[in-house]
Design a protein around this ligand. Structure first.
Ligand code: FAD
Ligand code: NAD
Length: 475
């Protein structure tokens, strides 16, 4: 078999992999990128989980369902009424599919434009930086890279008693492709996917029950943010049951009987579909042949140092298949950093300023440390917050729920975290990211002129509240 040589071979064309491949090619490196995924039409589809069955399709459905919810629940306040509004689920899913096709096709075009050679099939790393690709037509090609970047991503975790059939027991793939609104949707796991996709189907009329094993809701978020979000979700009718240990999920005819135990003892709920969203694991099965020297940790993640290097000469790993948050933008940054390091340039990802966003209504977003983490670390801090209910723009939009909280070091005033819950906070959180990247203080943020009336004024007033000088609320 002839071997084709490359400067860089990337395994996986998700957010991490396609960023690494395009940046490497931009830097003049001869680059190949391999991806095994097929789209809904059975044809190769680049872009990974994010573009096929993750970030983009979920946001398409979140937006469609939000429009429907607003029409049926919010527009009345604006004096707008519509007779008997209906949702056409087929049209909604069709719109989502069109967006997915546009963006997955877009990556293929970007590869062409940047002269990245795409290989469609399953890549396996062999010793000596050789990668074999089993292509979809059954043939195998062999590539050799001065550098190999592993960007294999992640898959849903399956529970042993609730195997995915993508009809009755589904993960994100099934939940993004339902053909009608289920009357009763059960969800295991009140994490990001459970809340986002649970919200989609709730807004369209499903009864949604979410079973969460932990006793605390959204334990990773700021406690006040989690409390506010939980209150709003309850008002929307999301039934979130905490401390629920699920033990069984039996399919009986067209129903799933889900058994769990909580403080009240053993209970069963009966649902039409069951979404299991209990986290994701690195997709490293079959990725490494014997003797590559690349190590996997106990959870199957590729072991890397702070520069995403595996310790094997020329082999790097990035994105969901390595430590750190499983977020597309974390993968983007690692992809670019590794390509630049390979080209001999500086490359670094600041893990302390990676923003988190949960695209529910209200949205939830944060960057940096929470008050709970700072207390546990013994770091002295001061916090200031500002509610959207006191903000002209938010009230004018009929979106008064939530607040912005800025946390700064008690002595230096340096911003340590920003926590937000409310309308469009997915955009506002970047003021915090930017300020933290520039080592800014709460006072810096408070002295920056923000346009009136905008939602961003909540950030400004929260920064002023850190030193008890907010204008639009009592300090
Ligand atoms: P992936 O996107 O998983 O891509 C890996 C690619 O590698 C895949 O195409 C796979 O087929 C391919 N591959 C794997 N092994 C091989 C092999 N051996 N040979 C060839 N190809 C291989 N993150 C956000 O930041 N914001 C969001 O709003 C968001 N929403 C999400 C919603 C859902 C429903 C889900 C499931 C995830 C969401 N995420 C979101 C997470 C985000 O999708 C992931 O963090 C991101 O896709 C990870 O990028 P990656 O490149 O590491 O891996
Ligand atoms: P998650 O880690 O966000 O949440 C999983 C939840 O399931 C946790 O609360 C956990 O306590 C609970 N859980 C685990 N085992 C359980 C069990 N047996 N019974 C009941 N509850 C159980 O995972 P996810 O929602 O599957 O999402 C996976 C990852 O995808 C996220 O962590 C995130 O990195 C990424 N993602 C990001 C976004 C975004 O950025 N907006 C959206 C979707 C997914």
């Amino acid at each position: 078999m002839a071997t084709e040589n490359f400067d860089v071979i990337v395994i996986g064309a998700g957010p991490a992999g396609y960023h690494a491949a395009i940046r490497a090619a931009q830097l003049g490196l001869k680059t190949a990128c391999i991806d095994a995924a097929l789209g809904k039409d059975g044809k190769p589809a680049l872009g990974g989980t994010c573009l096929r069955v993750g970030c983009i399709p979920s946001k398409a459905l979140l937006d469609s369902s939000r429009q429907f919810w607003n029409l049926t629940h919010l527009f009345g306040e604006h004096g707008i009424s519509a007779k008997d509004p209906q949702i056409d689920v087929g049209a909604m899913i069709g719109r989502k599919d069109k967006i997915v096709k546009q963006f997955t096709g877009g990556i293929a075009m970007l590869f062409k434009a940047n002269k990245v050679t795409a290989y469609y099939g399953f890549g396996q790393l062999q010793p000596g930086n050789v990668v074999t690709v089993k292509q979809h037509d059954g043939s195998t090609v062999e590539l050799k890279g001065t550098n190999v970047v592993i960007a294999a991503g992640s898959d849903s975790i399956e529970l042993p008693f609730a195997k995915f059939d993508q009809k009755m027991i589904i993960d994100n793939v099934g939940a993004l492709d339902l053909t009608e609104v289920p009357k009763r949707l059960g969800v295991i796991g009140a994490g990001v996917i459970g809340l986002e996709l649970g919200s989609v189907w709730k807004r369209l009329g499903a009864e949604v029950t979410i079973l969460e094993a932990l006793p605390d809701f959204l334990a990773a978020a700021d406690a006040e943010v989690a409390k506010t979000a939980a209150r709003e979700f309850k008002k929307q009718g999301l039934d979130i049951r905490l401390g629920a240990k699920v033990s069984k999920a039996d399919i009986k005819k067209n129903e799933v009987h889900v058994t769990y135990t909580d403080a009240k003892g053993e209970q069963t709920i009966v649902v039409d579909k069951l979404l299991v969203s209990v986290g994701r694991r690195a997709a490293t099965k079959g990725l490494l042949a014997e003797g590559t020297g690349v190590k996997l940790d106990a959870r199957g993640m590729v072991e890397v140092d702070e520069h995403c290097h595996t310790g094997v000469d020329g082999v790097w790993a990035i994105g969901d298949c390595v430590r750190g948050p499983m977020l597309a933008h974390k993968g983007f940054e690692e992809g670019i950093a590794v390509a630049e390091l390979i080209a001999g340039l500086p490359g670094h990802v600041n893990m302390d300023t990676i923003p988190w966003v949960i695209y529910t209504e209200p949205e939830i977003a944060w960057v940096g440390k929470t008050e709970e983490q700072l207390k546990a670390d013994g770091t002295p801090y001061k916090a200031g917050s500002f509610p959207f209910a006191a903000l002209g723009r938010a009230v004018a939009m009929a979106e008064p729920a939530g607040f912005v909280k800025v946390i700064a070091h008690a002595e230096t005033d340096r911003i340590l975290g920003m926590h937000l819950v409310g309308v469009n906070v997915s955009e506002l959180v970047h003021e915090g990211v930017l300020a933290m990247e520039f080592s800014g203080s709460a006072d810096d943020l408070a002295r920056i002129c923000h346009a009136h009336p905008t939602l961003s004024e909540a950030v400004h007033d929260a920064a002023m509240a850190v030193s008890k000088r907010a204008i639009h609320k009592a300090n």
